[in-house]
Design a protein around this ligand. Structure first.
Ligand code: SAH
Length: 349
């Protein structure tokens, strides 16, 4: 992958590709392993202790090396959640959120600068999509968060800014890179990819044989309700989406989880919960899990959070659908994605 300077984006290379590049610049193959290990620790050139100085210079000439820079960092006084606003090499901003759970540290990463999916409740999409992130920029968020906190990240969720399946090739490359044992070595079983429901891409994903967890942002129980809040539903109706989910499960044996953001007056009645249970049972033949998310209010959307969260959950449970309410981490730092980037953009413009 090259950029306008015709340099190769080194952190987006597979180990084998790096080996080939190292041979091309006249260096022995074993150097690739050393260099691969350094870059995955976020170290470059003069920080590469076992790399001779002339080779460090060659690396500078041949490769593009940038990591996201911490532009702003908010730390929750309640639970230690850290929210990062990162600045990319071209001045664009993205966000990541570092969360501590009993089962390990989780980083929520962005996949695009902005988003073009247009979900009515979401802050990330208000200004549209600027560009896709490179695989290196997805890895870079993890590397920087590990550097900054001094802690290992064992789980990744692709639930930050952007629609990962709208940046399909880079997302797939990122997933293969991040799980490389010579690199960050984060197991695919510890990675969740969240999508608003690009059915064709879900079908493609089922052929990749990646044991990730797929999360579907469902947020509604029928087409009328869903199309009002998620324009993507006009392209892929809810039946087509759930059908793709069932096929995904049949092909991969990986269970799918459903996200459901509860929005006052839109999708949060008990009658709605009954319809949701019914449609899930009709299409999904594996045990499924619904993750209920109380809406995080975004001023510009005019939508309000639901007061009916527990009733909705209890109704689903009574109908045999496993549901949990997502614990809200970092509530004092507004840890939901998209809002810091917008503030930063407004201040800059
Ligand atoms: N584009 C992907 C991933 C990004 S959003 C997707 O749509 O799944 C991660 C999750 O947060 C999605 O379920 C999304 O619908 C939800 N979300 C977005 N804005 C929200 C808000 N203001 N309050 C609660 N959840 C929100």
């Amino acid at each position: 992958m090259t950029n306008s300077f015709e340099k190769i984006d080194i952190l987006s290379l597979f180990f084998k590709e790096l080996e080939e590049e190292i041979i091309k610049i006249g260096e022995p193959k074993f150097r690739a392993k050393q260099i691969y290990s350094w870059i995955n620790k976020g170290k470059w050139s003069d920080e590469m202790a076992n790399i001779p100085v002339p080779l460090r210079k060659k690396l500078d000439e041949h490769f593009l090396w940038t990591l996201p820079a911490v532009e702003k960092k908010l730390v929750s006084q309640i639970d230690g959640t850290v929210k990062y606003l990162f600045k990319l090499y071209d001045g664009e901003y993205i966000e990541s959120v570092f969360m501590r759970y009993e089962h390990g540290n989780t980083l929520c990463i962005s996949s695009q600068v902005g988003c073009r999916m247009g979900c009515k409740f979401c802050a990330s999409t208000l200004l549209g999509r600027v560009r896709n992130l490179l695989p290196s920029e997805m890895l870079g968020q993890i590397i920087m968060a590990e550097k900054d906190t001094g802690e290992r990240i064992s789980n990744v969720v692709m639930m930050g800014i952007g629609e990962p399946l709208d940046n399909y090739d880079n997302t797939i490359k990122f997933l293969r890179l991040v799980s490389d044992e010579n690199g960050l070595n984060i197991g695919l079983r510890h990675i969740s990819v969240s999508t608003c429901g690009l059915v064709d891409r879900i079908n493609d994903l089922s052929n990749e044989a990646l044991p990730i967890t797929l999360s579907i942002s469902l947020h509604a129980y029928d087409n009328d309700t869903r199309s009002k809040i998620m324009p993507i539903n006009n392209k892929y109706p809810i039946e087509a989406l759930l059908d793709a989910c069932q096929k995904y499960f049949e092909k991969t044996s990986r269970r799918i989880s459903f996200e459901y953001t509860l929005i006052s007056g839109q999708n949060d009645t008990e009658e709605g919960a009954t319809k949701l249970a019914k449609i899930l049972k009709k299409y999904i033949k594996s045990p499924c899990h619904v993750n209920l998310i109380p809406l995080n209010e975004v001023k510009e959307t005019g939508l309000g959070t639901s007061k009916n969260v527990n009733n909705f959950k209890n109704k689903l449970m009574s109908l045999g659908v496993n549901a949990t309410v997502r614990r809200r981490l970092g509530s004092d730092i507004n840890a939901s994605c998209g809002q810091l980037r917008r503030q930063a953009k407004e201040e800059r413009e």
